[in-house]
Design a protein around this ligand. Structure first.
Ligand code: SF4
Ligand code: SF4
Length: 409
């Protein structure tokens, strides 16, 4: 049984501790753009006091789904679940077909490749303006991302590596597979460095983007297919924070499916798994990199999975690397899945805030653990004169062994 939306809203005691953690409240100062306000609206709509489409939907649409409010909440309110169920309700009542088409094409690698190729035929570097107008009513802010080249890293030197001690699956995902193949390469190499080899299987999408955007049934179908594609009881490694967060929540998404609780338990973010398996010790044998670096917490890693210390501990273990703290490190950058396409103005305001914080650290490199943050912050860096190199955390960790020169944008 899925959780009951009305019951979930009753856990909010309206204390307001979440307000200052919420990027949309901090930006607008509007109570209805806060977690407390949104929960109140959802409850009011369930009780028939306000209208879902006119009164509630706009404020749900503005929510990033970053879940910073969950981290701040002393009452354990499950805001992420409230948001998913409430969005599902408004989407079922009045579906947005353009949004669903965008979701479906973004989560199929072949369709995403075709979309990028078609977009590149049009003038300008941004996503097509007519699509942005239909989806958001505003001009596009997000550039069409440029996929990394695959197979660019030098062969892995197998001498002196830890003997193989186990197998894992690696979630290839959708955006990560198409846009950041080098991140997968780095992940495989790091896993091998701690003694694990990847068992390759045909696999599809984990359902995260559909779940976060109000298409719970589509997400369930995708999640069920993914469960079937990974039958062995071995760890599943995920290097995309949004996907990992959803897979750890499969128990809630698929409450009647026997494999879901097990999948939740055997899913690990790559930084979490590598830390648990001693990469920080292996890093002591690396040449290291003499750069000043900082770390941006992807929301679904910090707030969705509560993973903040492991990536930092691994980065701190890189010889000669100077890791400096990032102000507001766990505030959303505005990417948030397809949010920067659906809500370009708020997304722009947040990425400028993020970039100003990054620039204030004087770091040469910023690491993060999610493809959406990666491309959105990299776009900001480019617009600001390419002064900061944006890498996935796993790329920076592998660079400690083979050199940063293999990881230019
Ligand atoms: S902190 Fe939690 S209980 Fe307090 S207002 Fe926010 S969601 Fe409600
Ligand atoms: S998920 Fe993020 S944007 Fe949405 S209410 Fe919570 S803190 Fe605010």
């Amino acid at each position: 049984m899925m959780k009951d939306l009305l019951e979930l809203t009753t856990h909010c005691i309206r204390c307001g501790f979440c307000l200052e953690a919420c990027p949309t409240f901090v930006t607008t100062g509007n109570e209805m753009e806060s977690p407390r306000g949104r929960i109140y609206l959802v409850r009011s709509a369930l009780e028939g006091r306000v209208e879902w489409q006119e009164d509630v939907r706009p404020h749900l649409d503005h929510c990033l789904g970053c879940r910073a409010c969950e981290t701040a909440c002393p009452s354990g309110v499950e805001y992420g679940t409230i948001l998913e169920l409430a969005r599902d309700k408004v989407e079922q009542d009045k579906p947005q077909f353009t949004k669903l088409t965008l979701l479906n094409s973004t989560t199929k690698p072949s369709a995403l490749r075709a979309q990028l190729a078609l977009g590149n035929l049009l003038p300008g570097k941004r996503m097509p303006g007519f699509i942005s107008k239909v989806l958001s009513g505003h001009s596009a802010e997000a550039d069409l991302p440029t996929p990394q080249k695959a197979d660019t890293l030098p062969p892995l030197n197998l001498a002196n590596l830890t003997p193989i001690r186990g197998q894992v699956y690696l979630l290839e995902g959708c955006a990560m597979r198409v846009l950041y193949p080098r991140v997968h390469e780095a992940t495989r190499r790091l896993l091998r460095r701690v003694g694990y080899e990847v068992l390759d299987v045909e696999q599809g999408c984990c359902g995260a983007l559909h779940a976060h955007n109000g298409y719970v049934d589509n997400a369930k179908r995708l999640a069920t297919e993914l469960l079937l594609s990974m039958p062995k009881e071995i760890p599943v490694i995920v290097n995309s924070a949004g996907c990992g967060s959803t897979m750890k929540d499969y128990e809630n998404l698929l409450p009647d499916t026997a494999g879901a609780p097990k999948m939740a338990k055997r899913t690990f973010d790559a930084s979490e798994f590598l830390f648990n398996n001693g990469l920080q010790d292996v890093l002591q044998t690396a040449n290291g990199i003499a750069v000043r670096a900082t770390y941006h917490d992807a929301c679904h890693l910090a707030h969705g999975q509560k993973i903040t210390s492991q990536p930092r501990a691994l980065l701190e273990a890189i010889p000669h690397l100077d890791l400096v703290p990032l102000p507001e490190a766990d505030m959303c950058c505005g990417s948030a899945g397809i949010y920067n396409v659906l809500q370009p103005q708020m997304a722009r305001s947040l990425v400028e805030r993020k970039y100003a914080n990054i620039a204030s650290t004087l770091a040469n490199v910023v690491a993060t653990g999610n493809p959406g943050c990666h491309s959105w912050i990299a776009q900001a860096s480019k617009e600001h004169g390419q002064s900061v190199l944006v890498l996935h955390t796993l790329e920076l960790l592998e660079a400690a062994f083979i050199g940063l020169e293999h990881f230019g944008n």
